[in-house]
Each structure stands twice: as structure tokens, then as C-alpha cells.
Design a protein around this ligand. Structure first.
Ligand code: AHR
Length: 312
């Protein structure tokens, strides 16, 4: 496109001057909202005109947004795909229009020539880190675990479940007794936890909660307290994301661990786009972000303060 040509002519290393469409899932979690904020900040800093579309959790809205970006002739597309499957057709259309597509934070099941790269964490590994933590924390004790899953059909829900189960394999004292989706939201996390507590002797038969994200854990913590139990003690709480509120909970002894997911997926994505458009340097198909474990030993209030400046 004209913008790319101009950038090349002037030998600019920046994606500035480009128009990039961003199809975001919605704002189901604090992490998701932070990713949106960071992406808008990153685009602004680089002089990118970002066309933002909120899909309100619906794949059909994401497909519509992509078709509209293609019709507008954007220079590139970022998409955080709500579910794993059903993307082939629209990605083929983008490919035919020669518009590079970058996946943010979630993976898909499609041939990898249909997108430029995916900036994601190792989603299975995250679940494994959470599971390993719990196995160690519990020791030889018998432990009934309840699991709050993310959005059904989404790659983090599928992979985080798998990784956690891998960590528990061979530790027969730990057993997942209930597992249900809480859709990655606080409200649903609380609601489903209430039903788990009811079904498990008012919560007395539950030893630990594994939530696929912190927001569901925060909702569940509330439910545990309302049931008259102590989250973090009576019921251990392990989750994923590292949003500020989980560090608050941790500092109050109500959360035992979280696995960090950076909300800055767009920084590496725009860097890859730069290199691709400027030097025709194809990035690796997977740009992996870190998955660091945080526990109460990590000065949670300090982390809380630091996190506040990072899109949260
Ligand atoms: O895809 C990343 C996940 O989506 C985050 O862990 C969760 O909070 C979000 O909704």
C-alpha cells in the first residue's frame, strides 16, 4: 500500500503511518481491558492509526470486523481470537488481499500460512505451572480440587486445563472433583463457585480452587467468604493472569499463587510487523511471552503498585 511504500522509501524502521485493524474479543476480564489499553498506547506511540472493534465475545462479530478491515484495505490486522476453530475462510480472504494477520494472546486451529505470527504465552505451560505449585503446596494430603474454566472452545480454556491435568497426573491425592466454565468473568466465577460450594458440603469438602483466570478467582474468593470459609487457607486459590486485584487478595492471604500473563502482546506484534514490512523479514510463527509464577513471598503490594502503571 502507499503507506508501506512511503515507509520503505524513507527507510523508516517504524510501523508509523500504517493503518492497523484490531479485532478484540471484548472486555470480559481485567487482563483483557489492560491488553486493549496497552494496544491503543502502543499504536499511538508508534504513529499507527488503530481501527478498534469490540466483538462482545462473539466470533461472528470478529469475522465481520475482519471483513470490514479487509474492505477498508488496512495494512495489517491484529486479532485476539475468541475460540480456536472456524477462522479459515476469513483468514484466506485476508491472505488473498495480502493483508498480514497477527494473532494476539490466543491460538487457533488453522494452517499457519494463514497468519503472519502469533504472540501468545505457552498456554499449556501456564496450567502446568499452576498445577505444579498446587501439587507442592498440598504435599501428601488428600485434596479435592474445583476448577473454573475459561470460555468454552477458547485456546486458553482448553490448554490451561490440559497443562493443569498434566501436573496432577501421578499425584493421586489430588483430584479434580468439579469443573465448569465461568467464562473468564468475575460474575460467573462467583456464581459457579457458589454452586460448587453448595454441592461440596458447603465447601468443607473442597481443598483448592484452580481458576483459568484471576477475575474468576476474585469472584470465587468472594463466594468462599460469603460461605463462611477462608480463601487462601480453608480453600487454596491458584489462578492465572497477575492482575492487580489478585495481588491485593494475596496480600490479604486470600490467594496463594498466580501465573503472570503480560497484557503487552501488541508491542512484540508491532515490532514483528515493522520487520516484516520494512525488511520482508518473516517473524517466527510463534512469539512466546513469559509465564512467571507469583506467590505471597513476592511482596504482593509492591507488585500491585507496579502493575497499576501497566495498562491496568
Ligand atoms: O486469552 C487470555 C485470557 O483471556 C486471559 O487469561 C483472560 O483473563 C482473558 O479473558
Amino acid at each position: 500500500s502507499a503507506t508501506i511504500l512511503a515507509a520503505c522509501m524513507f527507510g523508516s524502521a517504524s510501523a508509523g503511518g500504517l493503518t492497523v485493524g484490531f479485532s478484540q474479543i471484548g472486555s470480559e476480564s481485567g487482563w483483557r481491558a489492560a491488553e486493549t489499553t496497552v494496544t491503543k498506547e502502543q499504536a499511538k506511540k508508534r504513529g499507527i492509526d488503530l481501527k478498534f472493534a469490540d466483538a462482545q465475545q462473539k466470533q461472528e462479530n470478529q469475522i465481520k470486523a475482519l471483513r470490514s478491515f479487509i474492505a477498508q484495505g488496512v495494512d495489517a490486522i491484529l486479532i485476539a481470537p475468541v475460540v480456536e476453530t472456524g477462522w479459515d475462510d476469513v483468514l484466506k480472504e485476508a491472505k488473498e488481499a495480502k493483508i498480514p494477520v497477527i494473532l494476539l494472546d490466543r491460538t487457533i486451529k488453522a494452517p499457519d500460512d494463514l497468519y503472519l505470527t502469533a504472540v501468545t504465552s505457552d498456554l499449556v505451560h501456564e496450567g502446568k505451572v499452576a498445577g505444579d505449585f498446587l501439587v507442592k503446596a498440598v504435599g501428601d494430603k488428600k485434596c479435592n480440587v474445583v476448577e473454573l474454566q475459561g470460555t468454552t472452545g477458547s485456546s486458553p480454556a482448553i490448554a490451561r486445563k490440559k497443562g493443569f491435568e498434566e501436573a496432577l497426573a501421578g499425584h493421586d491425592n489430588l483430584k479434580i472433583v468439579r469443573s465448569q466454565t465461568g467464562d473468564f468473568t468475575r460474575t460467573k466465577g462467583k456464581e459457579v463457585m457458589e454452586s460448587f460450594l453448595k454441592a461440596e458440603n458447603g465447601g468443607k469438602d473442597i481443598c483448592a480452587l484452580y481458576a483459568h483466570n484471576d477475575d474468576m478467582a476474585v469472584g470465587a474468593i468472594q463466594a468462599i467468604k460469603e460461605a463462611g470459609l477462608k480463601p487462601g487457607k480453608d480453600i487454596l486459590v491458584v489462578s492465572i493472569d497477575a492482575v492487580p486485584d489478585i495481588f491485593k487478595a494475596m496480600s490479604e492471604g486470600e490467594s496463594n499463587a498466580t501465573v503472570e500473563l503480560t497484557p503487552n502482546m501488541s508491542g512484540p506484534a508491532f515490532d514483528a510487523l515493522d520487520a516484516y514490512l520494512k525488511d520482508k523479514k518473516a517473524p517466527p510463527k510463534w512469539i512466546q511471552t513469559e509465564s512467571k509464577l507469583y506467590t505471597p513471598a513476592d511482596d504482593p503490594m509492591k507488585v500491585y503498585e507496579e502493575k497499576k502503571g501497566q495498562g491496568y
